[in-house]
Write a new protein. Structure first.
Length: 169
């Protein structure tokens, strides 16, 4: 098998994903994950995505109402049944990118929570072995490399939606 590229920056993550044999390497890493602790990561991830998305949306709603104070207190009208095309496009742009921003953030938070649980940390360290990309620091640096690009881009897109959402209908 080819030497696995180190994935600790955005460029090397891209190289890892686009290098021939990525799926085989990903399957090999996945097969190392046998601990039940890995299953517990799933509910944290599934609960974290909507939670972080909602938190980011509420922050963006505050930004929106700064530009459009007449919308303060009208959050229930966001994506109402009588929404027009332009309001839908702006509100879609305000909300959906936040979902993508929440993914790496949720993964980082879930990893951090489980790193604090000593038995989980030991199990993950055993599974990682000498594979740096599966270690806590390797995984977190990969997630950080992704986050430092995705989160700001998604927040900027959401900001565009917040600023252009002139009418809720």
């Amino acid at each position: 098998m080819d030497q696995e590229p180190k994935a600790n920056s955005a460029g090397s993550i891209w190289k890892e994903v686009t290098t021939q044999g990525y799926l085989e390497r990903a399957r090999a890493r996945a097969q190392k994950r046998k601990s039940p602790w890995n299953l517990l990561l799933i509910p944290f991830f599934l609960a974290g995505i909507p939670s972080i998305t909602y938190a980011l949306f509420r922050i963006m709603w505050i930004v929106h109402t700064t530009f459009y104070p007449q919308h303060a207190g009208q959050l229930r009208e966001f994506w109402g049944s009588q929404i027009g095309f332009f309001a839908f496009v702006s509100s879609f742009l305000m909300l959906v990118p936040l979902l993508f921003a929440a993914i790496p953030l949720t993964l980082m938070i879930a990893n951090s929570i489980f790193w604090l649980v000593r038995p989980a940390r030991r199990a993950f360290e055993r599974e990682a072995g000498d594979d740096e990309s599966m270690s806590f620091s390797g995984a977190m640096s990969q997630l950080w490399a992704i986050s430092k690009w995705i989160v700001p881009i998604c927040l900027l897109l959401s900001l565009v939606g917040a600023v252009t959402l002139r009418h809720l209908r």
